[in-house]
Write a protein that binds this ligand. Structure first.
Ligand code: NDP
Length: 290
């Protein structure tokens, strides 16, 4: 059985890894990139470089996009919309859920289908066991191409709403960026006290390995909108946050992040949650109608 042919547009580190994975699995691949020279190694491996974006689109029904963001997609595809009719765009470029929803409508307006993707792993893990990508959009389109997409990573379909894959991706990135900043904040305190990052590392890792327990406990609070205050009280948390802020101030460390944390705790206290669990802070953070 011949393997599904695919066009890949965008040959940054991610697009190159994807083309390589497709080729290694026997899929015919047509490529296009603004900077054509990035296709050289892939052509040597068997990819076909399309001479124009129109040719790249016409070559295959299945078109994978791996671009910096959705603006890059419009920059590339707007001049070639006539060639979009009948295409299936699997957009693996990161951006916001709103941009993904708009792109779905935009593609439909040009006779193309659009499936949103959010790749969870860096390029070296493409084609490797244990990596995963969020997908959302029309189920039957996803199902048709699932097997081919699984050449890249496992495929985690999140639902029909084109924004969902981007939402899951961004939710995960919120956790990543803010957690990593908390790590740097702790390292800055260590440095101010003559303790190296390496010395703090095992203790930081230990704290992180305890996190899944807390996530699970507080998930129940949040989904039930009940914050019993049986194990921890917001007032206790607020005092602790004052301590980490003052510890950092005393050490001469930047306190921007900790002041923001203190502000959120104080707003929870202001809402009268002092005897509730600190999971009640979701009431400060969430959209009022959600
Ligand atoms: P890059 O930013 O390196 O990809 C750039 C690609 O977008 C290149 O093909 C570039 O073309 C093209 N591009 C950017 N702007 C324009 C424009 N205005 N017009 C035409 N082409 C443009 O990203 P990666 O390859 O690293 O990643 C691709 C996507 O995958 C991103 O959305 C990223 O968030 C996501 N991702 C990346 C991960 C990673 O670790 N790298 C991990 C998970 C997701 P040119 O070569 O000509 O500059």
């Amino acid at each position: 059985v011949s393997k599904q042919a695919v066009t890949v547009i965008g040959l940054g580190p991610m697009g190159q890894a994807m083309v390589t994975a497709f080729l290694e699995n026997g899929h015919p691949v047509t490529v296009w990139n603004r900077t054509a020279s990035k296709a050289d190694e892939l052509v040597a491996k068997g990819a076909v470089l399309a001479p124009s974006i129109e040719d790249a689109l016409k070559a295959n029904e299945l078109v994978v996009l791996s671009l910096t963001d959705y603006d890059a997609m419009y920059a590339i595809l707007e001049p070639a919309t006539a060639a979009l009719e009948g295409r299936v765009l699997i957009n693996l470029s990161s951006d916001t859920p709103e941009k993904a929803r708009a792109a779905f409508e935009w593609a439909a307006g040009h006779g193309a289908k659009h499936v949103t993707g959010g790749v969870q792993v860096p390029p070296p893990l493409i084609g490797k066991e244990g990596s995963s990508t969020y997908y959302s959009g029309p189920r039957e389109v996803f199902d048709t191409y699932k097997e081919t997409l699984e050449v890249l990573t496992a495929a985690d379909y999140r639902g029909e709403d084109p924004g969902l894959a981007a939402m899951y991706y961004q939710a995960q990135m919120i956790i990543f960026w803010t957690s990593m900043l908390s790590f740097y904040q702790a390292l800055a305190l260590g440095k101010a006290n003559g303790v190296s990052a390496k010395e703090l590392l095992p203790y930081a890792s230990n704290m992180m390995t305890m996190m899944p327990h807390f996530l699970e406990l507080y998930t129940q609070h949040v989904d039930n909108a009940e914050y019993p205050g049986d194990v921890d009280r917001l007032a206790m948390g607020a005092a602790s946050v004052d301590h980490i802020l003052h510890t950092s101030e005393d050490a001469g460390v930047d306190t921007t992040l900790l002041k923001a944390v203190q502000d959120i705790f104080q707003r929870g206290m202001g809402k009268g949650f002092e005897a509730n669990s600190f999971s009640s802070l979701i009431e400060v953070l969430k959209k009022p109608s959600a």
